[in-house]
Design a protein around this ligand. Structure first.
Ligand SMILES: NC(=O)c1ccc[n+]([C@@H]2O[C@H](COP(=O)([O-])OP(=O)(O)OC[C@H]3O[C@@H](n4cnc5c(N)ncnc54)[C@H](O)[C@@H]3O)[C@@H](O)[C@H]2O)c1
Length: 392
């Protein structure tokens, strides 16, 4: 019979979009519904959450809805709770660094949403503190688990592309301003710099681990940002000035001479198959990658257009691409990451996406903002972690 190993997890931010849907319902509750996580050594890991939020009625209702006994509005008490060995945070970015630091000081293992912190200095400090305290630490890196990106990984590993030349990415959609009958579909803090908002800090964290894990180390960045929409309407119906970037037009140089261009925008109307779409071109073939789908065109299927604006186009460019089959059942990415992190905590299995990786994401966002301010390319220095930093 399997041995049950209960792991107490203080979960902060579970009334939010990511916290409730992805982390609580689709990961922790799902794991409990499946009877726990088999650890492979006869042990079953049983996550036992303590839900934390500011609004008692909301948190209590969520706890009851999902059969969870423990909940509180006192985040400090949750961090100190001896019945929790992990502190997880998916609440607002601006408050994250302070909470994680307290959790590390309390000797808890720490796992959180990206970005790790609002600034690189804070993120680096958390990585150093976690290392000094010897606690396990992990950061969300969900895009790598998207079926489209897993298929891209398959293509890269198969040598499909030959030499990869470039990546062009479009991420984004129109986020309503809230001023004419369509409410905004993202929280207002996203557009306020002082509250950790901005699309660069939001998305470059993702682009860093996506580029690094699929193509190679990011060596240099150049970026132009914009605050295209100067005024938005918040959750209370009040107008507020947008102080953070709501679009970022970035370029990245990657090892091996690969050039990546990624537009990230909350001010664009979608004319593509998915909300994120990358085109990767290589000497032998190209791919179009979205959240779920991936299409390819090999060199032998490549049409041979000749530029002549005087005659109508005769080539069906969309027709020359072939769908890459699923060939497997894809696990929800957030679930897969929780499973990895819990095994890291319980079994000491290695975990690549730690706070150093999280700090790298924030570093790229900060360098993007700097490149925009200074209107130039900036080389990405290695993340230097000091060992032995003592807790204050
Ligand atoms: N991995 C991803 O793809 C992804 C996607 C979206 C957001 N995120 C990240 O997840 C985090 C949450 O984003 P979200 O979109 O779920 O936001 P959200 O606004 O829906 O949720 C934020 C949560 O934080 C709480 N909160 C807000 N202000 C607070 C404060 N001052 N003190 C304490 N708690 C506060 C809210 O009650 C809510 O529970 C952010 O760090 C964001 O960057 C990640």
């Amino acid at each position: 019979m399997a041995t049950k190993r209960t792991v107490g997890i203080a979960m902060n931010g579970i009334t939010g979009r990511m916290g409730l849907n992805q982390h609580l319902i689709r990961s922790i509750v799902e794991m409990r519904n499946r009877g726990g996580l088999p650890a492979g050594d006869g042990t079953v890991i049983w996550p036992e959450p303590l839900l934390v939020g500011r609004n008692a009625a909301k948190v209590e209702a969520i706890a009851h809805a999902h059969g969870i006994e423990r909940w509180t509005t006192d985040v400090d008490a949750a961090i100190a709770d001896p019945g929790c060995e992990i502190f997880f945070d998916s609440a607002t970015t601006g408050a994250r660094a302070g909470l994680i630091e307290k959790a590390i000081a309390a000797g808890k293992h720490v796992y959180c949403e990206k970005p790790l912190a609002s600034t690189y200095a804070q993120a680096l400090r958390l990585a150093e503190l976690a290392r000094a305290a010897g606690v396990k630490n992990g950061i969300v890196h969900d895009k790598l688990y998207l079926p489209g990106f897993l298929k891209l990984k398959r293509l890269i590993e198969s040598g499909f592309f030959g030499r990869i030349l470039s990546l062009r990415g479009e991420f984004g959609y129109w986020v309503f301003e809230g001023d004419w009958g369509q409410p905004a579909q993202r929280p207002s803090w996203n557009y306020r710099a002082a509250e950790g908002g901005g699309i660069m800090i939001d998305m470059f964290c993702h682009w860093r681990y996506v580029l690094e894990n699929l193509l190679g180390p990011v060596r240099s960045v150049s970026c132009v940002g914009a605050t295209h929409i100067p005024t938005r309407i918040d959750e209370n119906g009040d107008a507020y000035p947008g102080t953070a970037d709501d679009a970022a037009y970035g370029m990245f140089e990657i090892d091996g001479g690969i050039i990546a261009q990624i537009n990230s925008s909350w001010c664009t109307r979608v004319y593509r198959d998915e909300l994120v779409q990358f085109q990767i071109d290589g000497t032998l073939g190209s791919a179009i990658v979205g959240l779920r789908d991936c299409k390819v065109q090999h060199r032998v299927n490549t049409p041979r257009p000749v530029w002549n604006p005087d005659i109508p186009n005769t080539i069906d460019f969309y027709g020359g691409w072939t769908e890459v089959p699923d060939n497997e059942v894809f696990e929800n990415g957030f679930y897969a990451q929780w499973a990895q992190f819990l095994k890291h905590v319980v079994l000491d299995e290695p975990h690549q996406f730690d706070f150093v990786s999280g700090a790298q994401g924030v570093q790229l966002a900060e360098l993007g903002l700097q490149a925009w301010r200074e209107r130039r390319w900036i080389d990405v220095p290695p993340v230097a972690i000091r060992n032995g930093l003592s807790l204050v």
